[in-house]
Design a protein around this ligand. Structure first.
Ligand SMILES: [Cu+2]
Length: 471
């Protein structure tokens, strides 16, 4: 388990950015419907794999409406795609396919308006067996376009989309019908195409390898996650989105037969989310019981990077798949760490002759509709320890302030005494590093500061040095 000791507790934010544990146990003894990700890993990407038959991979999908919870206590009406037979979820499922798969999405529309699905970055997409083409209200007049692709009519319409996933990478899928409304209402999700090199690579490049479940098992990590999943791969999604609650309220009114005078000139997001959640919900496990409609956590949990020469203990880094489904560029960064940008919009950063064009970057500026694939590692550069201490004079305890995740020791894998009355959620001397959207005016939930698209990177001590991590 990698569950931070937050389970079934809500965290409230005190002033000045200090974190405090709230007593309001919204989920204690909750009877909420299990979230869609309940059988996946605790952290990291939860794939929907569809069903396969040879090279054919099929997703039977439909739509749903429900509400999501936001950090200020508000709830907002949303649309979503989902796999048939599963609960509503926001964001829509992560579809994982292999390079070369013939992918079919059989979509049934239950909403009170026509919808569709487009696959930016895929070529030769077919709809009902014909090339996907825009729908026009007046034939021959592109200015009357009503949908970017063939749509499924309201309340029961179906469309079958198909394409060959011929190149690996990270992609969005979303509604191509009235996307100003429908994408913002939640009709979007991530599509991951895994390369021929295997599911431990982002692209068909040896240097795009990242740590997977198999690697963590190599180091003796045989525990299973509390959600019943196996060990967690170090593969993470950072899906960034935004919500103007007045738009959602207007659509809710229209869907319930009332009227709305929403004016798109006034579109103005009040919420920004990562993987469909705002902080601190974002760092809760996948499938957290108190977030039944928001199954995807955003905590990135990695082991200390040891490199290939250290007895094959954790030789690879983690992979973050960034996606921006919002309307402006989001500058996201983990504190204190550059990442290696290896792919953008489903293209590996290499020249046609194979020259490496990847680059190191601190903040990743993800434009609307873009995706970035970024490798990152945390390694112990200075080898500080209790026997090689940090060369600073540590202030007296009375002059220190301890965060809620501090272990009592500055050294990875070490826990130490804390002053009376201090509480810590640290498990085993692990580190927590904030990662967030650096557009600070977006770090809010309608004015509640230090919420929104914030998450943590959790650094666990590598097997050789860890003490108490329950791996
Ligand atoms: Cu920052």
């Amino acid at each position: 388990m990698h569950r931070i000791s937050l389970s079934r507790r809500r965290i409230a934010l005190a002033t000045a950015g200090l974190l405090a544990v709230g007593a309001a146990a919204a989920a204690g003894g909750s009877s909420a419907t299990p979230a869609a990700a309940a059988t996946g890993p605790d952290v990291g990407i939860v794939c929907s794999n569809g069903t396969t038959n040879g090279a054919n991979r099929t997703f039977n999908m439909t739509t749903d409406v429900d509400y999501i919870n936001l950090p200020d206590g508000n709830t907002v009406y949303m649309y979503g795609y989902k796999i048939v037979g599963t609960p509503f979820q926001h964001p829509s499922p992560v579809l994982c396919v292999n390079q070369g798969d013939v992918v079919t999405v059989n979509l049934t529309n239950t909403l009170k308006r026509p919808i569709s699905m487009v696959f930016p970055g895929q070529t030769n997409v077919m709809a009902n067996g014909a090339p996907a083409t825009p729908e026009l209200a007046t034939a021959g007049d592109p200015s009357t376009m009503t949908s970017l692709t063939q749509s499924a009519s309201a309340q029961g319409g179906t469309v079958s989309y198909s394409f060959v996933a011929d190149h690996p990478g990270t992609f969005l899928y979303e509604s191509g019908t009235d996307p100003d409304v429908q994408v913002r209402m939640g009709l979007f999700g991530a599509l991951i195409v895994r390369p021929n090199m295997g599911d431990d690579h982002a692209y068909n490049r040896a240097d795009s390898r990242f740590t997977t479940v198999e690697d963590t098992q190599h180091t003796g990590n045989t525990a299973t996650g509390t959600n019943g999943g196996a060990n967690n791969s170090e593969e993470f999604m950072v899906l960034l989105s935004e919500i103007d609650p007045f738009l959602n309220q207007a659509i809710e009114r229209i869907d319930s037969g009332r009227t709305s005078n929403y004016n798109f000139d006034n579109y103005h997001p009040r919420y920004w989310l990562v993987n469909g959640r705002g902080f601190p919900d974002s760092i809760a496990d996948n499938g957290a019981a108190w977030l039944p409609n928001q199954p995807y956590g955003a905590l990135a949990e990695v082991r200390e990077f040891k490199g290939a020469d250290a007895g094959n203990v954790h030789p690879y880094g983690g992979l973050a798949r960034y996606l921006n489904v919002g309307t402006e560029t989001f500058p996201f960064h983990p504190h204190g760490n550059n990442g290696a940008v290896i792919g953008r919009d489903g293209n590996p950063l290499a020249s046609s002759t194979g020259q490496d064009l990847s680059y190191e970057k601190y903040a990743i500026d993800i434009g609307p509709g873009q995706t970035y694939d970024v490798l990152f590692k945390w390694y112990d550069a200075e080898h500080y320890s209790e026997t090689n201490p940090v060369p600073v004079v540590v202030p007296q305890v009375a002059n220190q302030v301890f965060g809620m995740f501090y272990s009592g020791s500055p050294y990875l894998g070490v826990t130490g005494p804390q002053p009376p009355g201090n509480q810590s959620l640290n498990q085993c001397g692990e580190y927590y590093i904030i990662s967030h959207n650096h557009a600070l005016f977006q770090i809010t939930s309608w004015g509640v500061n230090m919420t929104g698209p914030i998450t943590y990177m959790r650094i666990d001590p590598a097997q050789a040095t860890q003490k108490n991590c329950p791996q």
